[in-house]
Design a protein around this ligand. Structure first.
Ligand SMILES: NC(=O)c1ccc[n+]([C@@H]2O[C@H](COP(=O)([O-])OP(=O)(O)OC[C@H]3O[C@@H](n4cnc5c(N)ncnc54)[C@H](O)[C@@H]3O)[C@@H](O)[C@H]2O)c1
Length: 347
C-alpha cells in the first residue's frame, strides 16, 4: 500500500512510518517540522526507496494538492497536530489552526484527489484522534470510554481534536469520503518528545532534578506502548470498516504517582544513583482543568480486527527506559527547543 502519513516526523507518526516500511508499504511523510517534529525519528528508513519526505503545512491547500498529485497514495493517515495539552492552555491559536483548519484542509484536498482518481473503492482517509475528546471519567474502574461515549472535551487541545473528528464524520456523511477514525489513550515509548510526562520523569531523574507531579498525582491514564499503537493503526487503515471508529487502549491504567514510582524503580535497577530516584518526586500546582481519569474499552478493535496490546505497562516502561538510556544524543538535541524543560500551561 502507498500511504501518505501527515505528522510523520512526530512521535506516533514516525513509529507508524518505521513499521510500515518494515512491513513492505511505501510511505510519503508530510510534515511541517514544528518544534515537535524531527527527521532523526525516521532516520532508519530515510534511505529506503519506499520512503519520501515532503516538508509542508497541512493548512496549505496548494502544497497538499501538489503532494497528493505527485505521489498518488492509496490512503492518508492523518496524524499531524499540535499535541501538548499544556501548550494548548498557553497558546490555543496554533491548536485551532492546525487541528481544525488543517484537518478541514486535508479533508478537502483528499476529497478532490479521491474524486479526480475516480473514487477508488479502497481509498481511505484515516483520522487519528485521542480519547481526550470523551472528557473525564470517574474513578470507578467499571466505567470506560467506548466508541459510543458522548464527546465532552475540556481542554483547548481536546476541543480542537473533537472538532476535527466531527469534521471527518461530516465529510463522510455529506460527501461520501471513505474514512476510518481511531481514538487512542496516552502513548509512550521510544522517540517520545522530552516535554511529555514519561520522558520528563526519566530525564529529570537522570539529571538529579526534582521530578514534577501535577496536583496529588492521582490522575489516572491508560498507557499504550507506541509500537502497539502503530500496529493497530496499520491494521485499521487496511482492514477497518468504512466509516467506523475504533478505540485503542493499552489496558494499562495507572495513577500518575504509580507511574512515576514504577519509572523510578526501573531506573534504580538500570542506572542506580546515590539514593532512590523516588526521593526526587516533587508535587507541583495542578494543571487547570486536569481531567481525572481516561480509560479505553478496546473491545471493538479486539473483536472485529483481532488487535490487542503486546506489552504490559511494566514491559513497555522497561523497553522505553532502555531506549532513553541508549539514545542520549537524541534527547539532548531536543532539550534546547522552545519551551522544553519549562513548566507550561499553568493558566
Ligand atoms: N501522544 C499521544 O499520547 C496521543 C494520544 C492520542 C492521540 N494522539 C494523536 O496522535 C497524533 C500524533 O501525536 P504525536 O504525539 O505523535 O504528536 P507530536 O506532537 O509528537 O507530532 C506531531 C507532528 O505533526 C507535525 N505538525 C504539526 N503541525 C503541523 C502542520 N500544520 N502541518 C504539518 N505537520 C505538522 C509536527 O512537526 C510533528 O512532527 C496527533 O493527532 C495526536 O492528537 C496522540
Amino acid at each position: 500500500m502507498k500511504l501518505l502519513v501527515t505528522g510523520g516526523a512526530g512521535f506516533i507518526g514516525s513509529a507508524v512510518i518505521r513499521r510500515a516500511i518494515r512491513a513492505g508499504h511505501s510511505v510519503v511523510n508530510l510534515d511541517k517540522l514544528t518544534y515537535a517534529g524531527s527527521l532523526t525519528n525516521v532516520a532508519e528508513v530515510a534511505d529506503s526507496p519506499a520512503y519520501a519526505f515532503e516538508k509542508a503545512d497541512i493548512c496549505d491547500r496548494a502544497a497538499v494538492d501538489a503532494i497528493l498529485d505527485r505521489h498518488k497514495p492509496d490512503a492518508i493517515m492523518h496524524l499531524a497536530a499540535e499535541s501538548h495539552v499544556d501548550r494548548s492552555i498557553d497558546g490555543p491559536a496554533a491548536f485551532m489552526e492546525t487541528n481544525i483548519i488543517g484537518t478541514y484542509t486535508m479533508l478537502e484536498a483528499a476529497r478532490a484527489y479521491w474524486t479526480a482518481q475516480g473514487k477508488p473503492q479502497g481509498f481511505r482517509f484515516h483520522h487519528i484522534s485521542t480519547d481526550e475528546v470523551f472528557g473525564s471519567l470517574p474513578a470507578d474502574p467499571g466505567v470506560k470510554f467506548t466508541e459510543d461515549t458522548p464527546y465532552d472535551p475540556r481542554s483547548p487541545y481536546s476541543a480542537s481534536k473533537a472538532s476535527s473528528d466531527h469534521l471527518v464524520r461530516a465529510w463522510a456523511e455529506t460527501y461520501g469520503l471513505p474514512v476510518v477514525l481511531t481514538n487512542c489513550s496516552n502513548n509512550y515509548g521510544p522517540y517520545h518528545f522530552p516535554e511529555k510526562l514519561i520522558p520528563v520523569v526519566i530525564l529529570k531523574a537522570l539529571a538529579g532534578a526534582p521530578i514534577p507531579i501535577y496536583g496529588k498525582g492521582d490522575n489516572i491514564r491508560d498507557w499504550l506502548f507506541v509500537e502497539d499503537h502503530a500496529d493497530a493503526l496499520l491494521l485499521v487503515v487496511q482492514k477497518g470498516a468504512l466509516g467506523r471508529s475504533y478505540n485503542i487502549g493499552g489496558e494499562n491504567e495507572a495513577t500518575n504517582l504509580e507511574l512515576v514510582q514504577k519509572i523510578c524503580a526501573i531506573l534504580d535497577e538500570k542506572r542506580p544513583g546515590n539514593a532512590p530516584y523516588s526521593g526526587q518526586i516533587t508535587f507541583v500546582a495542578d494543571r487547570p482543568g486536569h481531567d481525572q481519569r481516561y480509560a479505553i474499552d478496546p473491545t471493538r478493535i479486539r473483536e472485529e480486527l483481532g488487535w490487542r496490546p503486546s506489552v504490559t505497562l511494566d514491559e513497555g516502561l522497561e523497553k522505553t527506559i532502555d531506549w532513553y538510556l541508549a539514545h542520549e544524543d537524541w534527547w539532548r538535541a531536543l532539550q534546547d527547543r522552545d519551551g522544553v524543560g519549562q513548566r507550561l500551561g499553568t493558566g
